[in-house]
Design a binder for this molecule. Sequence first.
Ligand code: UDP
Ligand code: MG
Length: 153
Amino acid sequence: MEKTLVILKPSCLQRGLVGEVTKRFERKGLRLAGMKMCQLTDEQMSEHYAHLADKPFFQQLKDSMMITPVVVCCYEGVGAVEVVRQMTGATCGRKAAPGTIRGDFSMSFQENIIHTSDSLENAAVELKRFFKDGEIFDYTLPTQQFLYAADEV
Ligand code: UDP
Ligand code: MG
């Protein structure tokens, strides 16, 4: 099954939305495979947002991710990368569709509550960036047979 990275950004913690956001992934049926609080570093953020290095807001964006600790999460499910991305919504909270996390909880481009991996390939790279060996756990949900048909998994 696919694994994907979710970062509960400082805006999520400061706004008191950790429960609201994780509740959505939980109710959806994604399996929580890893979760920890950490203080991100400039080096990690330069790597993580390398695709935005030429943008004028690059340093401001990195700083916004380091202003408080964050919570990094690994969720697993069939097609989890796309499912989580759809639940996240468009990058700018003002444009994100109602019903999505950003659409429901954010008014901002930068302060948009969560980061989520945008492809299976990037998910693997990003999970390695934020989780050490032994911090992602394999266990079976007792509800598994009611989450998926036998031929879906
Ligand atoms: N971002 C921003 N202004 C922009 C584009 C991006 O502040 O014009 C921030 C925003 O916090 C976003 C992050 O940079 O979540 C990474 O941008 P990306 O294009 O990868 O968007 P995402 O994958 O998070 O939707
Ligand atoms: Mg992105």
